[in-house]
Each structure stands twice: as structure tokens, then as C-alpha cells.
Write a protein that binds this ligand. Structure first.
Ligand code: HEM
Length: 323
């Protein structure tokens, strides 16, 4: 039986003020079905309240998301914000990986509109790049003092390779052969995948001494851990439950988080003033394509929301240029 708090966490977001968790920068658990159960809503299948909720979200996005209590320079406030970003940014990434996996399955099977599928794939990859920047936007000091030790406490070899939702998309990011998208769409997809890998390296290098070479070595050598992949430890750490949620509930949880992320970014910016002085930026992130991705962070989330709701490419693109 679902409790009222579980039901609230599976519901579409409201439209005024902060309504995620119990207060600004609080968290909620994410519930997803275990892979490979699809989470994508069928085009045109949303009706009634669900369709109204998506329309309201896209309307709010067009007008501009509001703000909430800004972060302050004291350590507890900064830690709360960057912890929130670390967990919620992973949640949004998990949801995007699942949308990517569903889209890839349709492309590999040759079913559905292949051009639209290629556009969706590329948009989801771009939104994931934005999420890497957002999730990894912590100061190096807070990452070292709070975030990294929290993973180490769960397991000294805690690893991104344990993420249960990732195997279905690993070959997209690491594979030698691109998926069989319509040829005209392939160059843009490959550019976005290269950007994702560059940003992952950049974030690793920004937050961890030797982070760049650690990541490069493990990509070259495959899994170097020689330990068990504990998907359930990974899920528990990231407040993620596995259960029978419908595609509509998966979408609602994604929109709840996208709205909270957008309000945070509108309030604090990706690199909050309160966290000055900012850390040095590694070479991977000193790139016009990365700056463009930073500016595109909220619009990319909104386009992803529209596509995930089954709308055609272009439906979520009328977002203000100021973003
Ligand atoms: C910002 C959020 C991040 C996300 C969403 C993320 C996600 C992932 C994922 C999904 C993998 C598995 C890749 C595969 O199996 O092919 C991975 C691996 C890895 N990531 Fe990240 N990552 C993030 C930040 C970082 C940071 C800050 C570091 C710092 C060093 C890092 C270092 C690594 C390394 C070394 C691996 C290789 C596997 C391992 O030994 O754990 N990542 N990451």
C-alpha cells in the first residue's frame, strides 16, 4: 500500500514555490522499476491531469522558473546545497539513462520514427552532460570533506560502474561503433557523446587529485576493481528504490526533480557566488562547447521533459534565451 508521502513523491510537481522534499534542498527517494522495464510514456498517451501537469510545467518553463532561499557562504548551507546536487543530479541522470535505453532499443529494433528517435537520443545525451556539470559543481573542499568520504564509508571501492541503470547505455558512451541512427543525425550525436566524456573527465579532474588519470586508466583497462558490483549498495546510497512504478510516475518524478534543479539554478547559478573563491577550472572544462552546455542546462532539461512526455522534438524549445 502506498503511504501519502510515497504518493506525493510520485506525483507531478506543483507550480508555485519550492515543492520538492520538505524544504529547499531537501531530498526525496526516487523509485524506478528494475531495468530493463521501459519507463518511456507512449506518444500521445498522457491524458487528463497528467497532460495538464506537463503543460503547466512547460508554461512555467517558458515564463521562467522562480527562485527560493539562496545558499549562504557558511559551511552547513554550502554542504546542504552540494549534497542535494550530488543526489538529485544522479537521480535525473538515472532517469535520463533509462530514457536513453528505451530510445536505443527502438533504434536497434528499427521501430517507430527513426529521425525523431535520433533527435531524442542526442537531446538526452546533452541533458546528461548538463547533469554531470550540475552534479559535479561542488567545491573541491566539500567534495573531499563530505561527498567522497560518504561513498568510501559504504564501500572502499564504491564505483559508478555499479549503477544498475547504466549497463544498457554503456556502449553508447564507450562503444567503438555508434548506434544505427539515421546518417544525417550521426555527427551531432557523436559530438554530444564526445562532450559528455570530456565533461566527465573534467569533473573528475576538478574534484579529485589524479581524477583524470584514474578515469582514463579505468576506461582503457575496463573494470579494474576486481570486486563485486553492488547495485543495491549503489541504490541505497543514492536514495533509489526499485518497484513497479508506471511510465507516468517515472515521468512525474523526473519533472519534480527538473523543476527543483531549475529553481536552484535560477536562484544560485551553477557556480554560486556564496562558494567563492571558485576552484581552478581544468583544461577539459575550459572549452566553448562546455560553456555552451552550461548555458543550455535548464533549456536542455525542459526539452528533455517535453520529449519524455511524448511530445515531438521542438515542443520544449521555446524557453527564454536568458538561460
Ligand atoms: C558528477 C557526477 C558523476 C556521474 C554521474 C558519474 C558517473 C559515472 C558512471 C556511470 C561510471 C561508469 C562508467 C562505465 O562503466 O563505463 C563512472 C565511472 C567512473 N567515474 Fe564517474 N561520475 C561522476 C563523477 C565522477 C567524479 C567526481 C570522479 C572523480 C574521480 C569520477 C571518476 C570515475 C572513475 C575513476 C570511473 C571508473 C570506474 C571506477 O573505477 O569507479 N566520476 N562514473
Amino acid at each position: 500500500m502506498r503511504t501519502s508521502s510515497t504518493r506525493a513523491a510520485l506525483d507531478f510537481p506543483g507550480q508555485t514555490g519550492w515543492d520538492f522534499g520538505d524544504y529547499p534542498y531537501a531530498l526525496e527517494p526516487l523509485t524506478l522499476p528494475a531495468p530493463p522495464v521501459p519507463v518511456t510514456v507512449a506518444p500521445g498517451s498522457l491524458t487528463g491531469e497528467a497532460r495538464d501537469a506537463v503543460d503547466r510545467f512547460l508554461d512555467e518553463a517558458r515564463r521562467g522558473f522562480g527562485t527560493t532561499d539562496p545558499v549562504t557562504p557558511d559551511a552547513p548551507s554550502l554542504e546542504q546545497l552540494f549534497w542535494f546536487r550530488w543526489i538529485i543530479g544522479h537521480h535525473v541522470s538515472f532517469a535520463i539513462w533509462r530514457l536513453l535505453a528505451d530510445t536505443l532499443a527502438g533504434i536497434n529494433a528499427g521501430t517507430g520514427d527513426q529521425d525523431a528517435a535520433a533527435v531524442r537520443l542526442t537531446e538526452y545525451v546533452r541533458a546528461y552532460s548538463g547533469m554531470l556539470l550540475y552534479t559535479g559543481s561542488s567545491t573541491r573542499a566539500i567534495y573531499q570533506r563530505t561527498i567522497r568520504p560518504s561513498m568510501y564509508r559504504q564501500h572502499t571501492k564504491f564505483s559508478g560502474t555499479w549503477a544498475p541503470d547504466y549497463p544498457a547505455v554503456r556502449s553508447l558512451f564507450r562503444g567503438r561503433r555508434p548506434p544505427p541512427v539515421v546518417p544525417a543525425r550521426e555527427p551531432e550525436l557523436l559530438r554530444e557523446i564526445a562532450l559528455t566524456n570530456r565533461i566527465h573527465l573534467g569533473v573528475a579532474s576538478q574534484l579529485v587529485d589524479q581524477g583524470r588519470s584514474l578515469l582514463q586508466r579505468s576506461v582503457q583497462e575496463g573494470d579494474i576493481g576486481g570486486h563485486r558490483a553492488w547495485g543495491s549498495v549503489f541504490d541505497c546510497y543514492f536514495l533509489t528504490l526499485r518497484g513497479p512504478v508506471t511510465p507516468q510516475e517515472a515521468l512525474a518524478q523526473l519533472l519534480r526533480r527538473q523543476r527543483a534543479v531549475a529553481i536552484d539554478l535560477t536562484t544560485n547559478g551553477l557556480h554560486p557566488e556564496a562558494a567563492r573563491p571558485h576552484d581552478p577550472v581544468p583544461e577539459e572544462l575550459c572549452d566553448p562547447a562546455v560553456s555552451a552546455c552550461e548555458k543550455d542546462l535548464i533549456p536542455a532539461l525542459v526539452r528533455t521533459a517535453a520529449l519524455a512526455a511524448g511530445q515531438s522534438p521542438g515542443a520544449g524549445s521555446g524557453t527564454p534565451a536568458a538561460w
